[in-house]
Design a protein around this ligand. Structure first.
Ligand SMILES: *Cc1c(COP(=O)(O)O)cnc(C)c1O
Length: 427
C-alpha cells in the first residue's frame, strides 16, 4: 500500500476499515475530556464494554445459587468453565482444543511447563533463550536451573544480536542451536520479543531445536491476539501466554498453556499435579492416585478462577467475531502507516529498532530516542498519548518508547496524531 502524510488520508483509511466498528466496543481512557491515544495494548489491553456483563452473570449465579453454581449456574456451570475458552484459544494459537487450556498466571504456568519439559540429563542440561528476555522468564529459568542443581551461567545460553544490531537474525539462532546441539535440553523463546517487538520464526526455531534433540517452548505473552499462530502444525512442544495484554482480559487475567498432543496424551510425563488435572469422571470421588486428564487439561491444578475467566470469555468473543487474520491485515497497515510517518522524522533523533518487515514483527514499534528521550516521552503523556518508557541500557544513551497501535480499537487518525505530537516533541 502507498501511504500519504496527511490527516485527511488517515481518515480515509479509517472510513474504509472493515473493523472500524470494534473501537466502540471498548472503554477508551480519557484525558482532559478527550480519548487518550492508547498505544499500550501490549501491556494492558482495554476493557470491552461486555466484560462487566460477563462478570455480573457469574456474580448473580454466585449470589442466587451459592455452591450449586458449580453445576447449575444459569449459563456456564463453573465445573466446566475452563472448557468455554478452548475453541477460541485454539483458533488464536493454531491448536486443537484439547491442546490448550486457560489456567493460573503466566509465570506459574511457565514453571509448570518447565517441570514437565525441562528434563536435564547427562550432558544435555542447557537452556537457550534470547538475551534480554522478559525478567520474569529470566528468573523462572534461573530458578529452574538452580533447582536442578546446575550452575546458572553455565547452563544458560543467551543469544544476542550482532554488534550494532538490535534484533536477532533467524540464521544466527538456528546456527547457535546446531552448535550446542549436544548439550541443549530446551530452547525457550518469546513469540514476539517484548522489548524489540521482533516476531521470531517459531517454526524454524522449533524444527532446529527438535532436530538437535531438544524441546522447544514459547512465551506468547506478546504474540497471542497480536499475530496469527500455528503451534500445532509448527510442532511446538509447549507454550504459555497471558490474557491481559492483546487479549484484553483484565489486569492479572487468567493465563493459558499449549501442550502439543505428541506430549499431551502421554501420562508418563512428570508433572506437578492437582485435582483439576485429575480425570474429571473421578474427581469428586476424592480418591488416591492421580490420573491425568488427556491433553493440556491434565496440567491443571486448581478449580477455575471464574470471575477472571468470565472477563476472558467476554474478550475472546470479540476476537472470534473479528477474526485474527482480519485483525492482522489491519494491524500490518496500521503499524505500516506509523512506520511510514516516522520515516519522515530526522534519523539522528529517532531509530525504530523493531524489524522493518511486517512478517518479522507484530503491531508494536520500539522507538529509540537518542537524546532527551524522557522529555519527549513526558510531552507525549501530557498530550494524551499512553505509551511505555524504558530507561536506556547505557545511561545517557537514549531510551526506548514502545508504542502498539492495536487493530481492535486504534485508528489511523490516532497514528497520525501521535506522529504529529512526536514530531513536535522532537523539535
Ligand atoms: C507480560 C509478560 C510476563 C508477565 O508475567 P505474569 O506472570 O503474567 O506476571 C511474563 N513474560 C513475558 C514475556 C511477558 O511479556
Amino acid at each position: 500500500m502507498t501511504y500519504e502524510n496527511s490527516l485527511e488520508f488517515a481518515r480515509q483509511l479509517d472510513e474504509k476499515d472493515p473493523l472500524r466498528s470494534y473501537r466502540d466496543q471498548f472503554h477508551i481512557p480519557q484525558k482532559n475530556g478527550q480519548d487518550c491515544i492508547y498505544f499500550t495494548g501490549n501491556s494492558l489491553g482495554l476493557q470491552p464494554k461486555t466484560t462487566r456483563n460477563y462478570i455480573n452473570e457469574e456474580l448473580d449465579g454466585w449470589s442466587t445459587l451459592g455452591v450449586e453454581g458449580h453445576f447449575h449456574s444459569n449459563s456456564r456451570p463453573w465445573f466446566h468453565y475452563h472448557k468455554f475458552s478452548k475453541e477460541s484459544l485454539a483458533r488464536l494459537v493454531g491448536a486443537l482444543p484439547s491442546e490448550v487450556v486457560s489456567m493460573n498466571n503466566l509465570t506459574s504456568n511457565l514453571h509448570l511447563m518447565m517441570v514437565s519439559f525441562y528434563r536435564p540429563e547427562g550432558k544435555r542440561y542447557k537452556i537457550m533463550m534470547e538475551s534480554g528476555a522478559f525478567p520474569s522468564d529470566q528468573y523462572a529459568v534461573e530458578s529452574q536451573i538452580k533447582f536442578h542443581g546446575y550452575p546458572y551461567e553455565d547452563a544458560l545460553i543467551e543469544i544476542a544480536p550482532r554488534e550494532g544490531e538490535h534484533t536477532l537474525r533467524t540464521e544466527d539462532i538456528l546456527q547457535a542451536i546446531e552448535e550446542h546441539s549436544h548439550e541443549l535440553a530446551l530452547v525457550l523463546f518469546g513469540g514476539v520479543q517484548y522489548f524489540t517487538g521482533q516476531l521470531f520464526d517459531i517454526r524454524a526455531i522449533t524444527t532446529a531445536a527438535n532436530n538437535a534433540g531438544a524441546l522447544a517452548g514459547f512465551d506468547l505473552a506478546h504474540a497471542i491476539g497480536n499475530v496469527p499462530l500455528d503451534l500445532h502444525n509448527d510442532e511446538v512442544d509447549f507454550a504459555v501466554w497471558c490474557s491481559y495484554k492483546y487479549l484484553n482480559s483484565g489486569p492479572g487475567g487468567v493465563s493459558g498453556i499449549f501442550v502439543h498432543e505428541k506430549h499431551g496424551n502421554n501420562d508418563k510425563i512428570p508433572r506437578f499435579a492437582g485435582w483439576w488435572g485429575h480425570n474429571e469422571e473421578e474427581r469428586f470421588k476424592m480418591e488416591k492416585g492421580f490420573m491425568p486428564m488427556r491433553g493440556a487439561d491434565g496440567w491443571q491444578l486448581s478449580n477455575v478462577n471464574v470471575l477472571a475467566s468470565a472477563a476472558h470469555l467476554a474478550s475472546l468473543e470479540i476476537f472470534d467475531k473479528a477474526g485474527i487474520v482480519t485483525l492482522r491485515e489491519k494491524s500490518n497497515q496500521l503499524t505500516g502507516y506509523l512506520q511510514f510517518l516516522l520515516g519522515s522524522l530526522p534519523e539522528n533523533r529517532l531509530e525504530i529498532i523493531t524489524p522493518a518487515m511486517a512478517e518479522e514483527r507484530g503491531c508494536q514499534l520500539s522507538l529509540l530516542i537518542h537524546e532527551h528521550g524522557r522529555e519527549v516521552f513526558n510531552l507525549l503523556t501530557e498530550r494524551g498519548v499512553v505509551a511505555d518508557w524504558r530507561e536506556p541500557h547505557i545511561p545517557g544513551k537514549g531510551g526506548i518508547i514502545r508504542v502498539a497501535p492495536v487493530p481492535l480499537y486504534n485508528t489511523f487518525a490516532e497514528v497520525y496524531r501521535f506522529y504529529e505530537i512526536l514530531k513536535a516533541g522532537l523539535e
